[in-house]
Design a protein around this ligand. Structure first.
Ligand SMILES: NC(=O)c1ccc[n+]([C@@H]2O[C@H](COP(=O)([O-])OP(=O)(O)OC[C@H]3O[C@@H](n4cnc5c(N)ncnc54)[C@H](O)[C@@H]3O)[C@@H](O)[C@H]2O)c1
Length: 315
């Protein structure tokens, strides 16, 4: 019989809802407890899943006997949750970004490495079949030009616009595009960024451009803006010898890959659920049934360091 897995989730907002929906559809998973700093939120979500509720994640982890835990909290809330999981030897899935800053994530990465803990980070694009196809295409024809976009509105959650709590748009959103660029083009050797500051300097800049040079020799630019009525363009475009490739995300479950060559343009839309795919891969790793975590903490740290370097060029 397949081993049943007991899981908990800390944070019960937007993205937790996506993970809990995926987890509740797996027939080997029991959602036993959830926690949220806003206690009534946790109570309501717990009722949906026949689970127990807690007002903080540490108490949840100290009380429940879990196989794994999901951390779906805002960027500023990282640190003590991961430390508690490490102390208890509890594998965790954590949503990107790893933290609002680099120092917290670097400190946690050392603890996780010392403990040899199984972790996964929510860079969900890595689980898309379309991204696998893009990787095959660029494998023998490396891109020379990279253009990335996160052109969107300002998310309505209260913490987002506060630079010190969210980390900024590049750390909080564009990090997905930077991660995809690292995956498809390789490591970045040079970063130069320019920002259009908000009127209130404590707030996330209105727009940014980031110039990148890759170790492969490719060059590129990534544009971000938060002043639109809604999502306009989120994606990565690559140009290599004889092809242009465009990967875009209209919503978490709605991606498109368009490849243009001398033979014409071929476009493919995918409604694959990458949140369910990353959750399944992590659970299988925790259960010792699989080895397909595509963004463990140490790998995600490289993307986070790049996003932080672009976000705060002076620091
Ligand atoms: N992978 C993706 O595409 C994706 C999409 C959306 C959000 N996210 C990430 O998920 C994280 C959460 O985003 P969201 O949109 O769900 O935000 P949200 O504001 O909707 O939910 C966050 C929840 O965490 C709770 N919380 C805050 N601090 C806490 C703490 N210390 N302990 C317990 N609960 C706490 C809040 O009360 C809130 O209910 C962010 O880092 C965001 O970048 C990822």
């Amino acid at each position: 019989m397949t081993q049943r897995l007991r899981v908990g989730c800390v944070g019960t907002g937007f993205i937790a809802g996506k993970h809990l929906a995926a987890l509740s559809a797996f027939d080997d998973v029991d959602i036993v407890a959830v926690a949220d700093a806003v206690a009534p939120r946790a109570v309501a979500v717990a009722a949906e899943h026949d689970a127990r509720s807690y007002a903080d994640g540490q108490t949840l982890m100290d009380t429940e006997d879990l196989d794994a835990v999901w951390f779906c909290v805002p960027p500023f809330a990282h640190g003590v949750l991961e430390e508690t999981a490490v102390r208890r030897g509890l594998p965790f899935f954590v949503e990107k970004p790893l933290a609002h800053d680099l120092a917290t994530a670097e400190r946690l990465a050392l603890l996780i490495e010392d403990a040899g803990l199984t972790t996964a980070v929510g860079y969900h694009w890595r689980y898309l079949d379309l991204v696998d196809r893009a990787r095959e295409l660029v494998a023998d024809r490396p891109p020379v030009l990279v253009s990335g976009f996160w052109l969107d509105g300002t998310p309505p959650v209260p913490w987002w616009v506060d630079r010190d709590r969210s980390g900024g748009q590049l750390v909080e959103q564009t990090t997905h595009v930077l991660d995809l660029a690292r995956l498809l083009v390789g490591e970045v050797s040079e970063v130069v960024a320019a920002h259009v500051p908000a009127e209130d300097d404590e707030h996330v800049p209105l727009a940014s451009t980031v110039s990148l040079r890759f170790r492969s020799g490719a060059v590129g630019g990534v544009s971000s803006a938060r002043v639109l009525p809604s999502r306009h363009r989120v994606g990565l475009h690559l140009v290599g010898e004889g092809y242009a490739l465009e990967l875009t995300e209209a919503a978490i479950v709605d991606h498109r890959l368009t490849v243009t060559t001398a033979a014409g343009s071929v476009s493919e839309r995918s409604l694959q659920d990458p949140i369910a795919a990353e959750d399944r891969a992590f659970l299988d790793a925790v259960a010792g049934r699989g080895d397909d975590v595509r963004s463990p903490y140490a790998e995600a740290l490289r993307t986070h360091a790049l996003a932080c370097a672009a976000e705060r060029p002076a620091s």
